[in-house]
Structures are given as C-alpha cells and as structure tokens.
Design a protein around this ligand. Structure first.
Ligand SMILES: Cc1cc2nc3c(=O)[nH]c(=O)nc-3n(C[C@H](O)[C@H](O)[C@H](O)COP(=O)(O)OP(=O)(O)OC[C@H]3O[C@@H](n4cnc5c(N)ncnc54)[C@H](O)[C@@H]3O)c2cc1C
Length: 276
C-alpha cells in the first residue's frame, strides 16, 4: 500500500477524532506512535481507508493522580512510563517493565494505548496491568465505558475495542503501601518482544500473577502467597496448566512456553515477595 495515498487527519480534540472514525464507518485506523501501524501499512497487512492521528490531542498525554489510582492518558509514551516520578511512586512495576522493553527509539514513540490496542501477546503493558488490576477507559459514538485490561485483550492483535472507539486512558490503582510487585521477561533477542513474561502483585496473604506471551492473551492466576517451596512449585505447575492456549511459532514451541510460564511464575512471585 502506498501510505501517501491514504486519507489522513490530525484532529485536535477527541470529539473530532471520534466523529472522523464514525464518518469512516470503521474503515479508518487510529495512529498513535506508529511503531506497529506504520510497518503494517507499508507491508499491506493493514489496508484502512484512512488514518486518524491522535498526535495533536494533548489531553491524551496527561497523567493525573486521582487519589486511589493514576489516570494515564493513552498517548503517554513508553519512555514516560519508564521515567515519570508519579508512575515510579504509585506503580513502580509498570515503570520497571517499561524500562526493559524494546529499545530507546521504540520507547520514545510507542504509547501505552497503542501497546494495549495492538495486543501483541509478548508486550509488557497488558501483563503488568492485568497483575495490578488496571482498567481502561474507552470512548466511542455511544459514550464512555470502562473495562478491566484483562477483558480488553481478546487474543493476538484482537481487542474488545470497536473500530469506532478510542482507548483514552488507563486507570492504574496505587500499589498498596505494604504490597510488593515484580516483573520478569524472557526474550531470546535483546530489543524483541518477550517470548513469555510474568508480573506478580503480592498483597498481604494473596498473590495475583499475570503471564503474557505464552498464550494469545494474558493468563491471570490468583491465590494465597506460597509459604514454602512445595507451594511455590505447585503455583508454577498451575501456571503451566492454565496456559492451555500456548502456541508454537519461530521463537518457541507451545511446550517451551508452558515451561517458561511455570519458571517465570515461580521466580516472579519470589521476586515480589522479596521486594525485588
Ligand atoms: C522493533 C520493535 C520492538 C518492540 N518491542 C516491544 C517489546 O519488547 N515490548 C512491548 O511491549 N512492545 C514492543 N514493541 C511495541 C511498541 O513498543 C508499541 O507499543 C507498539 O508498536 C504500538 O504502539 P504505538 O503507540 O506505536 O501504536 P500504533 O502503531 O500507532 O498503533 C498500533 C495499533 O493500535 C491502534 N491504536 C493505537 N492507539 C490507540 C488508541 N488510543 N485507541 C484505539 N486504538 C489505538 C492503532 O489503530 C493500531 O491498530 C516493539 C515495537 C517494535 C517496532
């Protein structure tokens, strides 16, 4: 596809962007950082009728502390996630995960909303946000709705977003004072998506683990904090068993992904428990 032939608009308000998407009746694509959409347009794997850029809608770059959670605008870049003091203070595991993804060029352009809407199984954001229990805010022609990140991602490249909707913000709960969280990733090549990754939030006696990359959408497990090696091994076994949709590709077999899910689950829970 010749990208220069596409209709292109860069509205300055969300309402105008939504109007354009409705007018194009689902045949337009939203452009955020362009790190995935632009290659897809050039390769012809995406063939929209038009592109609507979010690049001039400033409200999507805000980060607000709303008392119990951070409201992070969809166009906040991965570099900002990695470096912003409010994110470091309120959800340090998100900042840590962002620091380890891709490379500096991609982090400078890639956005939080773009990562979630793109729904690559090995991306960091969905895994971490499932572990900490974050929600997304979505605007469309019929108004606004909020849904858990765990319900947003339906599969590889598939989300619950309608083509006329825009993901506007992510609501990230403040990490409770006594809670601890950790994130680990396995990638064969530095700068690539993880083959499998895992995040854990240990809060009091309970733990929530999210595993990304093993299956087309994140797997989430909850339970009591394992108190000994046997309980930790049991949690790893549960993680592997939960990855029923593990898949083969050029990076790993399904069996290897399940094994990684077990190993990373054990390690990430230990890391969270030890406050790593
Ligand atoms: C070489 C390379 C390595 C990478 N490695 C990693 C990695 O290790 N870990 C990782 O997590 N990510 C990785 N990424 C992904 C990258 O960090 C971005 O998150 C991703 O490319 C999409 O973000 P974007 O803002 O560029 O979205 P775009 O490319 O602009 O858009 C991607 C898709 O999301 C849609 N979209 C974007 N924003 C919205 C919105 N607000 N509402 C509705 N739909 C929207 C677009 O229409 C499009 O379909 C990598 C990317 C590249 C190119």
């Amino acid at each position: 596809m010749n990208v220069a032939d596409l209709d292109y608009a860069a509205p300055t308000t969300l309402d105008d962007a939504l109007d354009l998407l409705t007018r194009w009746d689902g045949r337009a694509r939203v452009l955020a950082g362009g790190m995935s959409l632009l290659p897809a347009l050039h390769l012809g794997t995406e063939t929209p009728g038009a592109v609507v850029s979010l690049g001039r809608i400033d409200q999507l770059t805000h980060i607000d502390d709303e008392g119990t959670h951070l409201r992070i605008g969809a166009r906040v870049t991965q570099r900002t996630l990695a470096t912003d003091a409010r994110i470091e203070a309120r959800c340090p595991v998100l900042a840590r995960a962002a620091r380890g993804l891709a490379d500096v060029q991609v982090r400078n352009r890639g956005t939080l909303g773009g990562s979630l809407a793109n729904a690559h199984p090995g991306a960091e954001a969905a895994t971490v946000l499932c572990a900490v229990g974050a929600d997304v805010v979505v605007r469309g022609p019929d108004g606004e709705r909020t849904l858990p990140v765990a319900d947003l991602v339906l599969g590889a490249g598939r989300t619950a977003l309608a083509p006329t909707e825009i993901l506007t913000a992510v609501l990230v709960p403040h990490q409770p004072v006594d809670a601890r969280a950790a994130y680990l990733r396995f990638s064969r090549i530095q700068g690539n998506y993880s083959t499998v990754n895992a995040a854990a939030l240990v809060d009091g006696e309970s733990v929530r683990v999210a595993i990304g990359g093993a299956t087309p959408r994140p797997v989430v497990l909850e339970g009591p904090v394992p108190r000994d090696d046997a309980a930790l091994a049991e949690l790893g076994t549960r993680a592997a068993a939960a990855c029923t949709a593990a898949y083969d590709d050029h990076m790993a077999t399904a069996a290897y992904r399940r094994a990684l899910a077990a190993t990373l689950t054990r390690r990430v829970v230990l890391a969270a428990h030890e406050g790593a």
